[in-house]
Design a protein around this ligand. Structure first.
Ligand code: NAD
Ligand code: ZN
Ligand code: ZN
Length: 379
């Protein structure tokens, strides 16, 4: 089958690889029809992870069930399904509690598995014609009769819509509150969108890419361009000097200043400065246990200089981690089905799988207008 393969820093290619296949009786084989490129893929693309050469990338997958293992009972051949980026067993201690991003059995020795991702188990990704899905009855989210018509919305259920939602839940956002979000990439935009759906009174979004900030404004958020003004001063000004009620980190350890210099603690310390005393912060931007290639001395060992004294003095709370997609994807699917959510609004490009290497390069440079790429595979 054809697949997008990681070959080294800033080198991905479309190659012929062995077909994905059923390996366990609980597996499903999915014929992929839509699969997105994610900001998380860029950490690997840039050579900043331990991902091995030859890995098929792609964890934001949607398609049609092509074949099933003998033990699958609920999912049927022909069902259209969206797959959470987390691969979860459904029966371990964490899965039982809904913490499917931290499954204890699918990536033994670690908590959490995913398709086509560094340190997340041996699984190939879905930027390919076919994808093997373990524990199919648990992991497949079945889609309703408008699956094809709203495919561009439903594919966002694989990751960024639930992840943006998760950021606001980790921050314990309540209706009527204000929230400040750092990062207007797909994840930050989905956090802003989720906050709006949840009835936030004021949504402030900080980034420096005009095209992305414009999308934030389209959903009623206030865009703050940190290349033009001090975001801390601006947030304080807009919140009566107190700071927003809640905050979301949607950038991660490769946070940088508008000039491109990496400053891994930038967003975390700005959150401490711009969330009001007793507020809470949700961190979904990825931070890693080590990054030997980081230009920052502390970050090489997975550390940041965090303003813990101010954080403590303000009585702030912090929630972190991979999104537990299954904790939200059913209800978010139903919002889409009911016409109350349309996350496809942020898609900038719909391309063929063959165009993926080129798309990685554009998206990696955060070129103007490259917000979110969906790869389409013909039947
Ligand atoms: N926790 C999860 O489950 C989960 C899921 C998906 C993605 N992620 C992570 O979320 C993060 C964002 O993903 P994305 O797809 O939106 O990626 P992205 O790289 O396209 O977007 C990041 C945005 O942050 C902006 N930015 C960089 N430094 C900044 C700073 N100092 N202040 C303000 N904005 C800054 C960039 O300009 C960019 O627009 C990544 O770290 C990704 O790995 C986490
Ligand atoms: Zn993703
Ligand atoms: Zn589990």
């Amino acid at each position: 089958m054809k697949a997008l393969v990681y070959e080294g820093p800033r080198k991905v290619s479309i190659k012929e690889v062995p077909d994905a296949k059923i390996e366990a009786p609980t597996d499903a084989l999915i014929r992929i029809t839509s699969t997105n490129i994610c900001g998380s893929d860029l950490h690997m693309y840039e050579g900043r992870t331990s991902v091995e050469k030859g890995k098929v990338l792609g964890h934001e997958n949607l398609g049609e069930v092509a074949e099933l293992g003998d033990a699958v009972v609920r999912v049927k051949v022909g069902d259209r399904v969206c797959l959470p980026f987390n691969i979860a067993c459904g029966f371990c201690r964490n899965c039982e509690k809904g913490q499917t991003g931290f499954c204890l059995t699918t990536n033994p020795g670690n908590a959490g598995a995913a398709y086509g991702y560094a340190e997340m188990g041996p699984y190939n990704g879905g930027q390919a014609e076919y994808l093997r899905v373990p524990f199919a009855d648990f992991n497949c989210l079945r889609l309703p009769e408008d699956a094809e018509e709203k495919e561009d919305d439903y594919v966002m259920l694989s990751d960024i819509f639930p992840t943006g939602w998760h950021a606001t839940r980790l921050a314990q956002l309540q209706p009527g509150e204000s929230v400040v979000i750092y990062g207007a990439g797909p994840v930050g935009l989905m956090a802003a969108y989720s906050a709006t759906l949840q009835g936030a009174r004021q949504v402030l979004v900080v980034d420096r890419h005009p095209d992305r900030l414009k999308l934030a404004e389209q959903i009623g958020a206030v865009a703050i361009d940190d290349s033009k003004e001090d975001p801390v001063e601006r947030v304080l000004e807009l919140t009566g000097g107190k700071g927003a009620d809640k905050g979301c980190e949607c950038v991660g350890w490769q946070a940088h200043d508008p000039g491109g210099r990496e400053v891994p603690n930038d967003t975390m310390n700005k959150l401490v400065q711009t969330v009001r005393a007793t507020g809470a912060i949700g961190v979904v931007g990825v931070f890693v246990p080590e990054d030997p290639k980081s230009p920052d001395k502390l970050m090489k060992e997975g550390r940041i200089a965090f303003d813990f004294g101010s954080f403590f003095s303000k009585g702030l709370r912090l929630g972190t981690g991979q999104a537990n997609v299954k904790a939200y994807n059913r209800e978010l699917r139903d919002l889409i089905h009911a016409g109350k959510a349309r996350p496809s609004w942020l898609i900038s490009h719909r391309l063929d799988l063959d165009e993926a290497p080129d798309a990685y390069s554009h998206f990696d440079k955060r070129e103007n207008g490259w917000t979110k790429v969906v790869l389409k595979l013909a039947a």
